[in-house]
Design a protein around this ligand. Sequence first.
Ligand code: HEC
Length: 315
Amino acid sequence: MKTGISYIRVIIFMVVAFWLLEFIIDSGEQMAIVKYPIIWAVLGVLLLFAIAVEVIVEAMNSILYRGLDEEAKKRFKEQEALKKEQGFGWFSSTYKKLLGSKPVEKEAEIIFDHNYDGIKELDNTLPPWWVYMFYATIVFAVVYLVRYEVFDDVNQTEEYEIAVAKAKLEIEAYKKTAKDLVDVNTVELLTDASDLSAGKTIYEMNCVACHKADGGGGIGPNLTDTNWILGGGIKNVFNTISEGGRAGKGMVPWKNDLKPLEMAQVASYLLTFQGTTPAEPKEAEGDVWIDPDAPQIEASTEVTPDVSDSTEVNN
Ligand code: HEC
């Protein structure tokens, strides 16, 4: 009798043990075996254990087998052979069926009776694997035709365009949540106290020398009035801070020193100067800036006093 140690069983056992450990042990992003090297030791012990079990089972089997009489030994062998057949029988018979070739002994049945210089031809049927694949292509063609030509399902180009449009929407949504990605097109006036106080700190560190702490102006223009040289409103102000003023005037670009979010913060902060009265205001420069996005205030229609009874003379 020879069944042998089943290495396949040991390997399966180890693989299952490995994944179970990975599954049970919470190790975050990393694999448990990388995070906790002790698992190697655990797996080693399990491997020894599995091999030991196999060896013991094998030894017991051979002891039992030796104790059997001739009749029982024969029956045991038959059973083992049957087990093997059942195990691989399905695969091998299916495989043979798919090849579809006749066994060599039966070739005489399908040989053509022509003979060219000793070369003969067999009348084999087409191999079933090939025939099934051919049928599959026919089914595929029908499904394809109906789906794309009859029901006009979206084709690859349209699928691509849909995916791109969706991704663009997602990018927009993401930009809204990620403040640091602002640029001159997406910047909006920040009103959170934390942003404004951060803006104040940046302003006091970088800008007061020329614009004064209260925005009254010095080397740089007055930031408290409604007159702007380079345009008012958050977008223009952000752009001025990022790109600098007119050449040679002294306002340098800040985009290399300040992050986009910081420029948005300081821009929002200095816009809070609007309408305040600084200690020593510099005279207005540039034009009065009207926000094109702001709702237009309708020119108030003057209420003309009712003159119908003005003839009445009050005594
Ligand atoms: C070295 C002096 C100096 C510093 C420092 C400086 N600025 Fe200016 N700033 C100027 C000058 C000069 C102008 C006018 C530019 C022009 O006429 O083109 C100006 C213009 C501006 C304007 C546009 C005003 C308008 O009327 O259009 C804004 C906004 C501004 N500065 C913000 C800032 C901020 C924010 C900082 C700090 C991060 C800063 N500046 C730092 C000198 C300075």
